[in-house]
Design a protein around this ligand. Structure first.
Ligand code: HEC
Length: 258
């Protein structure tokens, strides 16, 4: 391959990358602009606000868990957001998990333990659809990473319900939400003012609950975010020191070259 060909190929490759990246961004931006929030976990040094994530768990367990599972989150993960092990055990015991088969070959329900995932309240997908106007409430474990916009998308969706604009037909049992792809969603607005009573006394406005549960779902989807940020920062510091060392060595090596 000649040098010219390599140059041409690399320009084409770069152009393709730029175009596909902007296409991916555009695909996520179908709805109105996201209601972006100033999350504590944003930026290279961001961390989860433990109190917020705990409140978010409270909203999840009292409201969202009525329809959505979190099958990749175990009750035993709760101490990572500041619950004690005893608290996590007590929380788990409020849920039921399927176990078995017993000696008669039957599956049975028992209080959940730390090793159990946060279960779906429905026996199966058909039962879930039957209770939700035909729509399946998705597992929320990874939703904050699976959707463009992450926590901002979840927040915008939760706060995004409104009356349909003039000329928009909304089907029976559906709700208008400009942030949901297609603008019609089977989920009724799940958060409302004072829908929960926060254990830490924070005023439970709908907005506060939407923020808190979005932060919780971000933690659920990326529990190692803080480790990743720490590693990134250490790597940057290491590279800066290495650059300075190389620069000093270079000065020394070239000192006598005139
Ligand atoms: C009464 C049942 C119900 C409750 C309670 C509920 N949801 Fe949903 N949710 C659904 C259904 C059904 C869908 C699927 C909607 C559709 O496909 O039209 C859904 C979809 C979603 C989606 C997916 C949107 C997407 O991009 O696919 C998110 C995120 C979500 N719910 C978050 C929540 C949160 C957070 C809570 C608690 C604050 C909650 N839901 C409470 C039934 C529920």
């Amino acid at each position: 391959m000649s040098l010219n060909m390599i140059k041409k190929a690399s320009v084409t490759l770069a152009a393709t990358l730029v175009l596909s990246a902007s296409a991916a961004l555009a695909a996520g931006g179908g709805g109105p602009a996201l209601k972006t929030q100033n999350w504590s976990f944003n930026g290279p040094t961001g961390t989860f606000d433990r109190a917020q994530v705990q409140r978010g768990y409270q909203v999840y367990s009292e409201v969202c868990a009525g329809c959505h599972s979190l099958k990749y989150v175990r009750f035993g993960n709760l101490p990572a957001i500041g619950f004690s092990e005893a608290e996590a055990k007590a929380i788990a015991a409020e849920f039921e998990a399927e176990d078995g088969p017993d000696d008669d070959g039957e599956m049975f329900m028992r209080p959940a333990r730390l090793s159990d995932a946060m279960p779906s309240p429905f026996a199966n997908d058909k039962a879930a659809r039957a209770s939700n106007n035909g729509a399946l409430p998705p597992d929320l474990s990874l939703i904050a990473k699976a959707r463009v916009g992450g926590a901002d998308y979840v927040y915008s969706l939760l706060m995004g319900y409104s009356d349909a604009p003039e000329g928009h037909e909304v089907a029976e049992g559906m709700n208008y939400n400009a942030w949901f792809p297609g603008t019609q969603i089977a989920m009724a607005p799940p958060v409302s003012d004072d829908g929960v009573e926060y254990a830490d006394g924070t005023a439970a406005t709908a907005d506060q609950q939407a923020k808190d549960v979005s932060a919780f779902l971000m933690w659920a989807a990326e529990p190692k975010l803080e480790d990743r940020h720490r590693t990134g920062l250490k790597t940057m510091i290491f590279l800066i020191i290495l650059t300075i060392l190389f620069w000093l060595v270079k000065r020394r090596v070239w000192k006598d070259a005139h």
